[in-house]
Write a protein that binds this ligand. Structure first.
Ligand SMILES: [Zn+2]
Length: 227
């Protein structure tokens, strides 16, 4: 009898000392649609991973809620939507040019498909930092690329109601003089999503979107980025 009690106690103690491995409940995008989790190894950039799987970089970024693509920790589990199995990704070698670091490969959309009324560069003794896209008051315009709303309000002098979106590769886009901003700070937006309505708030003589593409905060000629 005592022997059996000892055995039982031993079994109990063993069970307590070796609990079953804890499995977290499956959360995130994986439960909604197919895909695999790729664990990031040294030298695997988001660009390389997306290219290896044939998945759009911005989609991977969006699904995984990544703000800064240039600093993703090794060991992070990245959800790859639509992938059937985990693939080998050739790591980045020093000296090699990675497009994501060298020149971001975002294909920007026109926020409005209209002829520009004023281009980038010197204008009336000042520098015009964007391109002007005229359209009737209240017309909808879209996000030029996917990203996060870094600013939505009217705190930028002369810009009226303005939206600033933050994208991959230290790029941002600016949409000014709006009659209505349809997104709020912190929102995630996808490329082509309607984000506001045309107006002439701020320093504007007629309704238009003043559109800027900035790199590290410095205005670029948007025409070099638009498709
Ligand atoms: Zn302008």
């Amino acid at each position: 009898m005592l022997r059996w009690v000892c055995v039982l106690v031993l079994v109990f103690v063993t069970a307590c000392a070796h609990p079953k491995p804890y499995k977290p409940a499956k959360k995130g995008p994986g439960k909604d649609f197919g895909g695999v989790y790729h664990v990031i190894e040294k030298g695997q950039t988001l660009w390389r991973i997306s290219r290896a799987y044939g998945v759009d970089l911005e989609t991977v970024q969006w699904v995984n809620d990544i703000d800064d693509v240039t600093s993703i920790p090794i060991g992070k589990k990245l959800f790859i939507p639509g992938a059937k199995k985990v693939l080998k990704v050739v790591p980045y070698r020093p000296g090699e040019v990675d497009p994501l670091v060298a020149s971001p490969t975002i294909n920007f959309l026109w926020p409005l498909k209209v002829p520009i009324s004023s281009g980038f560069g010197p204008r009336r003794n000042k520098n015009h930092h964007g391109v002007d896209l005229p359209a009737p008051n209240g017309s909808k315009f879209v996000a030029s690329a996917g990203g996060r709303v870094a600013y939505s309000g009217q705190g930028m002098k002369g810009y009226g109601k303005v939206i600033v979106l933050k994208h991959t590769g230290e790029l941002s886009t600016v949409y000014a003089h709006n009659s209505t901003n349809l997104v709020r700070m912190g929102d995630r937006v996808v490329k082509g999503q309607v984000i506001g309505r045309v107006g002439k708030t701020g320093w504007a003589t007629g309704p238009h979107v003043h559109f800027e593409i900035r790199k590290r905060g410095v205005a670029q000629n948007a025409l070099n980025y638009l498709r």
